[in-house]
Design a protein around this ligand. Structure first.
Ligand SMILES: *Cc1c(COP(=O)(O)O)cnc(C)c1O
Length: 452
């Protein structure tokens, strides 16, 4: 399978090249040239084991690795999940299900993409003999998942910038207590946007990118989207047959990556009625899908911090398909966002989507309601997915993180403090950080000095 850029200015590339490039050279995002149909036997009665399903799915896109290699990479990626189903579906009520995506090593759905990415980088380094430096910025979960996926791997060093004091203590510990000498968690003064701006500046300078052999881990990488598409199929095949008509997936959303993965697999034939976009008070996507107007506002910190985002980069992929794969239109729309700061999309077709937004108060109420009604504890991000659920229809709410990652907010809502063994163990470990001045030059110099 070939991958093309949403902006049309780059050559089509293979799976491995799209993976290695991250961002396409023209600044666009890679998408599969054609979306293949899901083989119908994937949607059979009983759920396949996760690695088998992952292989069936990924081999539709990856024509670079031979079967044995791909099987090996997949087994390494998902073999360390705490639940044998990897993404188990729990039934809470007659029509209400949660898809638990927090059984990976760092307890958020980010592990599905980043464990695979870590093992693909390892294979790439073995194949090319070229060591790499991975650079990213995080508001919490991406950084910990990326660091876990790369810790101890040969030929790769990981540099992850995060806003000092603005991520949770446990998220910080997941990054800083690994004991691995190839990971460099870098606290910087400022916000997530400041950290992200430094990464974008270094990545955007093609000479620096090449000199430092930089690779990206954020959800601009198409492999993360492909990896996340798999669990939608896994969820569907775990539903009781009587619930398989008119399935609604509810997705706590920030960057539009996770929900785009679901929408993509729906285009490939997964039967879905609606996708529900669930945002926190940073409701740009909710407003967009209700009005057709993309209008970023300043980020307001919320109880669901991993969704405190206003520039949903993966929306570009949806826009490309909405434009019926017209890259010229997509290019000019992305330019308009850059110059005008907003975009009006004429005849915006949101027919596959509904959208809800949650205030912090709603998040607390939803955590309480789910506990009272179903005796189940959801994390603050997942709580956004329980806003105004219609009990007449089948809903699968994606549980994006383990509640024990956010003990203070859960305690505020229901007076209980959830715990989890791997997180408890972190509290006894030594933290190692590498503070660097919050400028692109200082970060560049630090990477040069500590390069793989
Ligand atoms: C990253 C994250 C989200 C948002 O996912 P997107 O792909 O950015 O929409 C939601 N919940 C949690 C816990 C996350 O870590």
């Amino acid at each position: 399978m070939q991958f093309v850029s949403t902006r049309g200015g780059s050559e089509p590339v293979s799976f491995s090249e799209a993976f290695a490039n991250g961002l396409a050279p023209d600044g666009g995002l890679y998408v599969p040239k054609n979306l293949p149909m899901l083989p119908s036997d994937l949607l059979v009665e009983d759920a396949l084991p996760y690695p088998a399903l992952a292989w069936d799915f990924l081999s539709l896109f990856d024509s670079d690795h031979d079967s044995e290699k791909l099987i090996d990479i997949i087994d390494k990626s998902y073999g360390n999940f705490s639940d044998t189903m990897s993404a188990p579906l729990q039934q809470l009520g007659e029509n209400v299900f949660v898809l638990e995506l927090f059984h990976g090593p760092t307890l958020s759905f980010k592990d599905f993409g980043l464990q695979l990415i870590g093992n693909l980088f390892e294979e790439q380094i073995e194949r090319t003999g070229q060591s790499i430096n991975v650079l990213g910025a995080t508001s919490g979960d991406t950084g910990s998942a990326a660091i876990n996926g790369l810790a101890g791997k040969k030929g790769v060093n990981a540099f992850v910038l995060y806003p000092k004091g603005r991520i949770s203590d446990l998220q910080e510990r997941q990054m800083t207590c690994t004991g691995a000498d190839n990971v460099f968690p870098i606290p910087i003064e400022g916000s997530f946007d400041d950290a992200q701006a430094i990464v974008k500046e270094l990545m955007g300078d093609l000479k620096t990118k090449e000199d430092l052999r930089l690779s990206a881990i954020n959800s601009i990488n198409i492999v993360r989207i492909l990896a996340q598409a798999i669990y939608y199929v896994h969820a569907y095949t775990q539903l009781p047959p009587e619930n398989r008509d008119d399935v609604n997936f509810v997705v706590p959303t920030g960057n539009f990556g996770n929900i785009f993965a679901g929408w993509m697999v729906h285009q490939m034939g997964l039967p879905v009625d609606q996708f529900v976009i669930a945002t926190n008070q940073n409701d740009i996507l909710c407003r967009l899908f209700n009005t057709g107007d993309y209008e970023p506002e300043p980020v307001a910190p919320s109880y669901a911090p991993s969704m405190d985002i206003q520039l949903a980069s993966n929306f570009e992929r949806f826009l490309y398909y909405h434009n019926e794969k017209n890259a010229d239109t997509t290019l000019s729309q992305m330019a308009e966002i850059l110059t005008k700061g907003s975009l009006h999309i004429p005849d915006f077709d949101a027919s596959n989507f509904e959208a809800v937004a949650c205030s912090d108060e709603d998040i607390l109420n939803n955590i309480r309601m789910v506990k009272e009604e179903y005796n189940y504890v959801v994390d603050p991000h997942t709580a956004c997915g329980f806003q105004d659920l219609d009990p007449a229809k089948t809903h699968v709410v994606l549980a994006t993180a383990h509640p024990a990652k956010f003990p203070d907010i859960i305690n505020k809502a229901i007076g209980e403090t959830p715990t989890e063994d791997s997180l408890e163990a972190l509290k006894k470990k030594k933290q190692v950080t590498y503070p660097v001045e919050a400028t692109a030059d200082a970060v560049k110099a630090f990477i040069e000095k500590n390069s793989a």
